[in-house]
Design a protein around this ligand. Sequence first.
Ligand SMILES: N=C(N)NCC[C@H]1O[C@@H](n2cnc3c(N)ncnc32)[C@H](O)[C@@H]1O
Length: 445
Amino acid sequence: MQTEKVEEEDDAPEEYVALCDFTASGSEQLSFITGDKLLVHNKSSADWWWAELQGVIGYVPASYLRLDGAEEGDDASLEDPWQDDEYFGSYGTLRLHLEMLSDRSRTETYRQVIVSNSASLRDKVVMDLGCGTGIISMFCAQLAKPSMVYAVEASSMAEHTRQLVKQNGCEEVVTVLQGRAEELELPEQVDILVSEWMGNCLLFEFMVESVLLARDRWLRDGGVMWPSSAALALVPCQADSYYTETMAFWERPYGLDFTPLQPLAQQEFFTKPKFSHLIDPEDCLCAPCDVICLNMYTVQVRDLEVSNGLLYYKRPQFLSVYLLILMEHSFISQEMTGEFQFCVEKPGIFHGFTAWFTVQFESLEMGGATVELNTGPNSDPTHWKQTLFMLDRPIQVYAGDSIHGNIVLRRNPVWRRHMTVALHWTINSNTDDSQAGTKSFPMWR
Ligand SMILES: N=C(N)NCC[C@H]1O[C@@H](n2cnc3c(N)ncnc32)[C@H](O)[C@@H]1O
């Protein structure tokens, strides 16, 4: 069994400075704000450290801290906040492309978009951003007659993609360009920017930033974005089997009482979201709702940030605290926050929330049908499946109960492909007293 490298507890705690705010999501975690100086007593894991702030002790996310006195560039890991070596390295192998190509729901949807717009694609210039093995570009070349497809791929897969394009007789139409789309030089503007950029919970990996930068630089006025829009859906749900196998398990394994391990189980299994969760439609406590909606023509890169403050590392000393507070609230991005109001349709156990996304592809023809890829529980399963956010403790709910609150996707100010999903909820019930809760889930740092 692989164990994470655990550094021995040092005798003298080390002083670290907070790079950004962190809001604890459980009693065992410690909140802090940008600039706080924390004493780290134990680096119990790579992600979570045992630290002290003004006499209070708790777990803190290691990625939010930097050794006090170290300069910004000192920490080698901070040199690549996009983690591009690791990220594009992983896409340079076949594993992830095999997973994406094996996802028929995903891949057939893109093929359907090309087929249903084949006439309008004639003589158009297309960019396929993050083309991977070039499947979408070759669909364009085989099923329609665009004048040019720029197949852009930053990983080393691009070399193989060139070979596949030639192997399939598409080299007249498809030009493979290796590099980050936002850094490449194209010979011309494009009519259509197509990309399969969606990550778990829609935004993880934040490839969407590259799509927006490429849009602003290469999509001609009046050009088309595919997907044209995207939405994150959320639903309160039961997750009895996951709860049983990770938490209830410790009650009486082999006739012994292992319940003292349950706080550890909560920290280990419920602190982060559970990717690739397949929720049974029966486990939805009510109908889902779209909590985050992105218009791919108007959303801006700055809208992807939910600011904790003016600047993550420094604050202008001359601004009064009042003005800071005033300006902070003006920075909250509407795109990254969503309200919800659910009405429980049947009695059950509220174990947590499940999230998934949908993306829409508008027709190139006026009044033509929009194509949608839905990764939710009532559609054909995809490789993304759904994402489960477990509460610390399950709550009994009844038909008619209301669960309202909001979700905030807070992009990690240090690790640019990561975010924290914060959920705040209040349950109003005719049967029990109302309850409120909040929990933040790092994804992953
Ligand atoms: N969650 C996903 N859909 N990931 C697909 C990512 C694919 O796009 C590629 N990719 C991601 N970002 C970029 C970028 N900025 N420029 C070019 N290719 C990219 C990546 O190498 C992989 O082949």
